[in-house]
Design a protein around this ligand. Structure first.
Ligand code: DAH
Length: 358
């Protein structure tokens, strides 16, 4: 009897002293496990006299219950302690400031290129690119601008030094040579937009020697001017993010299109601000037309089987228009203060479904 009381005191003390759930489990096994100390005493009951066995068994069972209770109580306390420790370890200080905003900004020209290509991608166009340094054939001749053509003078071309054979490479004066390169690269149909840098000897308040254009080209069967008008009308509505944009197709001349047109969009200049869409003023934004049969012939496409339309648009000016940027030259000054003011967040990718410029 004495032994059981002593054992109980010892076991309860050890349980109380167990510092972890693992240590407590070891105590449980040591007391109540298959070879535990209480279990061993239970096994000895069989060899005892009936009277002695009865009272010893009763005593042993009470001890066993108290040890089991102590184990359960201690387990609960240790589990609560472990949870507290874990919660303390995983604590987040929500009063800390969030990660700093990225410092870089997307240039408005890049942003507008992303917006425009997003709109045309949704219409099924793919993006094509070509070299900034071009040859005479792609920039002029294949576009129906032969060597003596007056349009060559209008382009104020930057030429590279003459090569031994007398030819000179040049900085492309427009993105139109990529029409030629794309049609040479594979058979029709074609449906491409071409954003990129272009160069002309021209520098004043509204012209910079390097500027940006985006070209479009569609070549397919049974294409007509209605497709051209519909495509550009849809583009203007999406790009300027207004319900309605009045458009005016003015007859014009480009060597590589026939017929050719320049497109003006309606705007309102009253109140010192330009509002695009409706109003009594017009603003020219692009040149376009039906691809000239001679251009198709230059790249080996049969104009009786295939037709198409094309357009070319200056990007810098419509970026200024859309985002109210007053001075073109500031675009290329690399002034950080300007970029922080007019630039865009790096993760603000234009998405048609979410509102282009948000
Ligand atoms: N390449 C012309 C320019 O730079 C713009 C242009 C006009 C492109 C009509 C075209 C077009 O594709 O069809 O002035």
């Amino acid at each position: 009897m004495q032994d059981v009381t002593k054992l109980e005191t010892e076991l309860l003390a050890r349980i109380e002293a167990a510092a972890t759930l693992d240590a407590l489990e070891a105590e449980r096994v040591g007391a109540l496990g298959r070879k535990g100390r209480i279990t061993e005493l239970m096994k000895g009951l069989g060899g005892m006299e009936a009277e002695a066995r009865k009272s010893f068994a009763a005593e042993l069972n009470r001890t066993k219950d108290r040890v089991a209770d102590a184990l359960a109580t201690r387990k609960e306390a240790l589990a609560a302690k472990a949870l507290d420790a874990r919660l303390a370890g995983e604590r987040i200080d929500i009063t800390l400031p969030p990660a700093p905003e990225p410092q870089g900004r997307i240039h408005p020209v890049s942003q507008v290129i992303d917006e425009i290509t997003e709109i045309f991608a949704a219409m099924g166009f793919t993006i094509a690119e070509g070299p900034d340094i071009e040859d005479d054939f792609h920039n002029f001749t294949a576009l129906n601008i032969p060597p003596d053509h007056p349009a060559r003078q209008m382009h104020d071309t930057f030429y590279l030094p003459e090569k031994p054979d007398g030819s000179r490479l040049l900085l492309r004066t427009h993105t139109s040579p990529v029409q030629i390169r794309s049609m040479q690269a594979g058979p029709p149909p074609h449906r491409i937009v071409v954003p990129g840098r272009t160069y002309r000897i021209d520098s004043d308040a509204t012209h910079t020697p390097m500027f940006h254009q985006i070209e479009g080209l569609v070549i397919d069967r049974d294409i007509h001017m209605g497709h051209l008008k519909g495509t550009l009308a849809e583009f203007c509505r999406a790009f300027f993010e207004v319900e309605r944009v009045n458009m005016r197709f003015r007859p014009s001349y480009f060597p590589f299109t026939e017929p050719s047109a320049e497109v003006d969009i309606g705007c309102d200049r009253s109140g010192g601000q330009i509002r695009i869409g409706e109003g009594s003023d017009w603003l020219e934004i692009l040149g376009c037309g039906m691809v000239h049969p001679k251009v198709l012939e230059a790249v080996g496409i049969d104009p009786n089987e295939w037709q198409g339309f094309a357009w070319g648009m200056g990007i810098d000016r419509i970026a200024m228009l859309k985002y109210g940027i007053p001075d073109l030259r500031a675009f290329f000054d690399s002034d950080l203060r300007w970029l922080r003011h007019y630039g865009f967040q790096a993760l603000d990718l234009p998405r048609l479904g979410e509102g282009l410029s948000r």
